[in-house]
Design a protein around this ligand. Sequence first.
Ligand code: ADP
Length: 448
Amino acid sequence: MRHPSVKVRITIWYTLLMILMAALLMGFLFLVSGSVSTQTAMDQLDQTVRDNLSCVGMAENTLQLDENFRFYDNGVYTLVYSQGESLLAGQIPVGFTADEPFRNGLTRPVDAGGTRYYVLDFWLPLDWESGVWVRGLLEAPENPKVLTNFMAIALIILPVFILFSALGGYLIARRAFRPLDQITSTAAAINEAADLSRRVDVPPGNNEFARLASTFNQMFARLERSFEAEQQFTADASHELRTPVAVIKSACEYAEKYGDTPEEQRETLAMIHRQADKMSALIGQLLSITRLDQGTDTSHWETLDLSAWAREVCGEQPCSPQRLICRIQPDLTCRGDRALLTRLLQNLIDNAFKYGKPEGHVWVTLSRSGNELLLSVKDDGIGIPAQLQDKVWQRFFQADPSRSEAGGAGLGLAMVAQIARVHGGFMSLESSPGLGSTFTLHLPAHAP
Ligand code: ADP
């Protein structure tokens, strides 16, 4: 079954509500005015009969009605009956066929000949022995004309009014929902054309639709950035892999044609080996970055004695202790993955030497500052220009690719940043060209 749209549902809902309210209002008016007119009629009956009572008398044993007696006044018939209940004066209305017994002083409805009458009797004693019954009869009033007219007008006007308000309400709802329709169609267009550069028009104001539209736009912008980054990553990775493959291919061709002597063949093999190592390192880095991205790197979390670990990593470095200076605050622990953190620190130390001066120094410092554990690697090397400092964390970024002949492809720091994130921390960099750089890992002292 097809569900009606929200606009239609809202319109149906309040239209039904309006119909219900109009019906209740009209019913209420009908009841109130009906009872008001009945009360008025009964008062009139009472008044007329009482007025006539004073005009009834007896003279010489004969009923006397003076000139003010009204047999018919304003719809009220007044009849005079003998004690034996035979009609002495007055005219019974044609339709009143009921044989209603007399009851003194009580106004009551009596249905006769399909019409409702109100009947009021009074016993009027005229002397010691006898008296007469004076009966008032009034045909029950129909609803007053004003009310009938009002009802008729309301019955015509109300449906028109309800129709108009339903239509108006629907148009307003459609207008209000238009931004949503637009968001939906733009999102559908983006989906169909796979064009993430398109944006939804943000309606003016700060209402729900405006917020929804700008949230959508932020999401599209994010998606666009990550798609671009993904494409860039694939292009860079292919490019980086193509170079060693091309070198290996041409080395093989050269060896086939000219590699006659064992010496030449050994040289070619050594070159192929170097390129294969480079590719293998690159593929390894790509794999770990992807695994870290996807969270599938099988991390082995443990409570790590960070101080002992840092001392161990520093001790394993092949350089002299004069060049690598370690200042480790004792007894610092954290929750982390030993292998990943080793990869992080190794990368920073390797870079510090790679981009350092020939006989430069590297300082590894581990300390606690407030709620943070700080692990920094400082060098007195070439430094990084301010405008490039944000970019060093991007994949495949190299400030000066000619310096990375030794194998790097610009993935090391991207991986370092990723490892810091995995540990609930982040990396910071301070650097001055010509003076050196300090890379710092910030870890929460109470690990997540
Ligand atoms: P790679 O070293 O393989 O090129 P990295 O991701 O480790 O890739 O580093 C990215 C870039 O950041 C390097 O190419 C280099 O330009 C710059 N860089 C990294 N570490 C340092 C450092 N200690 N001193 C100066 N520049 C550095």
